[in-house]
Design a protein around this ligand. Structure first.
Ligand SMILES: [Zn+2]
Ligand SMILES: [Zn+2]
Length: 335
């Protein structure tokens, strides 16, 4: 990336979205992402990092920041992703091919830089600033939810090379899409088949000793069918479809619980890589008449990356784990 020229827009060809109905598979074809900088492991250094304070010209200008006063040094900033998976549809850009099999990959892809210092872990961020990072995210999701051209948005983190991080400086990503991914639509359809699916999930975790921690209305638990040891789900007890509609207490609780769960994971497996993602209901543009959307609770899934997904997982969509969920929960509670 150039230091001198502030990048104004995404580089390279417009990304496309390809769908293969027989495989129920959607693939974003985004060749420009091959050009993105990679900086992980021992090669990582603050001098080359586009996310460090002092290197703001190496990213597009911030969409949101804290503090808002640009005269003050920032401690969290949200910037457009320079190598996006989806981008705002450009006039004269490629049109859908009519079959639905190939479309422009329209949407918003941004990066939340969670700390001005070259830190690798969320555990290095002071709790009050970490809460600000979540509040910034919530505010951005609320703004995007008003747009009629967007269907759904999510936030995710890749922490460490085993989790797919290309830059080690602590950050998350926010993506808004103009369609509901089939995987998410499937989960919502299943949630519509029960009267209180998330409440049942919490009650079963309580009965089986899988609660890890609680704060206010939020609970962190090991799910009944975890893909990896120490996989954790954080969700509100009361129905709340969208994280962007969560109140200040819930934002504080998700900030606190994410740091607490990651700290415990790190004590059990020092330096463990992990992914997390925040699932919420579709935006109003999709309509909210389905029972699955009525029943939905936003939730955050934390997936440690302690073992590779291999042939068995890829061929079946099923997973194998070496630790019972109750044992994972017990060890996380006692860590
Ligand atoms: Zn950095
Ligand atoms: Zn989910």
């Amino acid at each position: 990336m150039s230091v001198d020229q502030p990048p104004s827009a995404a580089r390279g060809p417009v990304p496309l979205r390809h769908h293969e109905p027989l495989a129920l598979r959607t693939v974003f074809v985004a060749p420009q992402r091959a050009m993105r900088p990679v900086q992980t492991g021992r090669a990582g250094a603050a001098a080359d990092c586009p996310f460090c304070a002092g290197h703001e010209s190496r990213t597009p200008p911030a969409v949101l920041r804290k503090p808002e006063d640009a005269a003050l040094p920032w401690h969290v900033r949200l910037v457009p992703n320079e190598f996006p998976v989806v981008m705002e549809a450009a006039p004269g850009g490629p049109a859908p091919d009519g079959s639905g099999l190939r479309q422009p990959a329209h949407g918003v892809h941004e990066v939340l830089v969670e700390c001005p210092d070259h830190e690798r872990s969320i555990l290095a961020i002071p709790p009050a600033r970490w809460r600000d990072a979540w509040e910034l995210c919530r505010r951005r999701l609320a703004a995007l939810s008003e747009r009629s051209d967007l269907a759904w948005a999510f936030v995710f983190k890749n922490s460490g090379p085993a989790a797919g991080a290309s830059l080690e400086h602590v950050h998350s990503q926010l993506v808004a899409l103009d369609f509901l991914p089939p995987f998410v639509a499937g989960k919502i359809a299943i949630a519509g088949c029960a009267s209180d699916p998330f409440g049942s999930l919490i009650r079963l975790a309580e009965a089986e000793g899988r609660i890890v921690a609680e704060q206010g209305d939020l609970v962190a638990l090991v799910p009944h069918a975890p893909r990896q040891p120490f996989e954790t789900l954080i969700l509100p007890r009361s129905a709340c479809r969208h994280f962007h509609a969560a109140d200040a207490d819930a934002v504080a609780a998700v900030a606190s619980l994410t740091q607490r769960v990651v700290a415990r994971l790190d004590r059990i497996v020092p330096g463990a890589d992990y992914n997390w993602w925040l699932h919420q209901a579709p935006f109003a543009s999709v309509g909210s008449t389905s029972a699955g959307i009525e029943n939905w609770h936003w939730h955050l899934e934390i997936l440690p990356r302690l073992a590779e997904f291999a042939g068995f997982e890829l061929a079946t969509g099923c997973h194998i784990t070496t630790m019972s969920p109750a044992e994972s929960a017990r060890r996380l509670r006692e860590a």
